[in-house]
Design a protein around this ligand. Structure first.
Ligand code: GLN
Length: 286
């Protein structure tokens, strides 16, 4: 019978050979699932034995991961902002970079106990909206998405996180047909340049929804659609926060600056842990 240390060594070697970026971490997460224990327990239990069932479960998961299926799809969930989110191929995988937006909004909110009205355009799994509702106990939120399958995942996440009473979800085309006003308007729209899609890692390109990635020729199509809608939906003193791709912050700041109520001097660019200007944030002062 093999033990945890040997199983992880073998698995990490196979995943590395398959081109996975984080082979050891992936192996730990999958083995934890196969054994029904936490990743920390896996790390602390090198001598634990795998019985035949656990070994078979682990082997089946490794085959999928070696074919570059994301770990989150194999597990059916992913942690974001310390919360457990259901994910599926219908939604963009929550990424650590996007936690930058959650933190930026929280830092900008003067009173976390206020009854704030949030809207999230292209909500996907709901991770941004639900992480914020989790931190803002009196806030209510609306998540809009063009995909019914994504909305199912988001609704499920709201229920699992105990936030269903404060979260609504709606099929929609950015802000079309919506009536505001909202106090916090956020989005992580598709922003990859169309020509760059072919060069993305297989994990992303083959397994995540293209509709959540492709931002048109220069990656900025969705901002051009969304930002005019935001202008119509902002409450006085509203916070607007947009995730952007690498190198897009200035262009998106320029689009925000064209909105009547936004003071261009007050537009902030907030960096992620990798040093990329990841979030552009503004305040409506009209
Ligand atoms: N950050 C994602 C990636 O790099 C893209 C998400 C998006 O387009 N909003 O794959």
């Amino acid at each position: 019978m093999t033990d945890v240390a040997a199983a992880l060594r073998d698995a990490a070697g196979r995943l590395k050979a398959a081109g996975c970026d984080t082979p050891r971490l992936d192996a730990v997460l999958l083995l934890a699932q196969a054994l029904g224990i936490t990743p920390d327990r896996v790390r602390l239990s090198p001598d634990m034995k795998l019985d035949a069932d656990a070994a078979a479960r682990f082997a089946a998961m490794l085959v999928r991961r070696a074919a570059r299926e994301p770990v989150s799809h194999i597990l059916g969930r992913r942690e974001f902002w310390g919360l457990d989110f259901k994910v599926s191929p219908a939604v963009l995988d929550p990424r650590p970079d996007s936690e930058t937006l959650v933190q930026a909004v929280l830092d900008a909110v003067p009173d976390r106990k206020a009854a704030l009205r949030l809207v999230d355009f292209g909500t996907g799994s709901g991770c941004l909206l639900l992480a914020l509702l989790h931190e803002l106990p009196k806030a209510t939120g609306l998540g809009v998405d063009a995909s019914e399958a994504a909305l199912d995942v988001a609704r499920d996440n709201a229920a699992r996180l105990g936030l269903a009473e404060r979260a609504n979800f709606m099929l929609g085309d950015w802000g079309a047909g919506l009536a505001g006003p909202f106090d916090i308007l956020i989005s992580n729209p598709p922003y990859i340049e169309t020509a760059a899609i072919a060069g993305l890692a297989d994990d992303v390109r083959k397994h995540e929804p293209l509709s959540a990635l492709d931002g048109g020729a220069d990656g900025l199509d969705c901002y051009r659609r969304l930002i005019p809608d935001m202008a119509r939906l902002v409450a006085g003193n509203a916070i607007l926060a947009l995730e952007v791709g690498q190198g897009q912050a200035d262009a998106v700041a320029g689009l925000l600056a064209s909105l009547g109520g936004v003071n261009p001097a007050g537009i902030a660019r907030i960096h992620d842990l990798g040093g990329v200007a990841r979030v552009v944030q503004a305040r409506n002062t009209a």
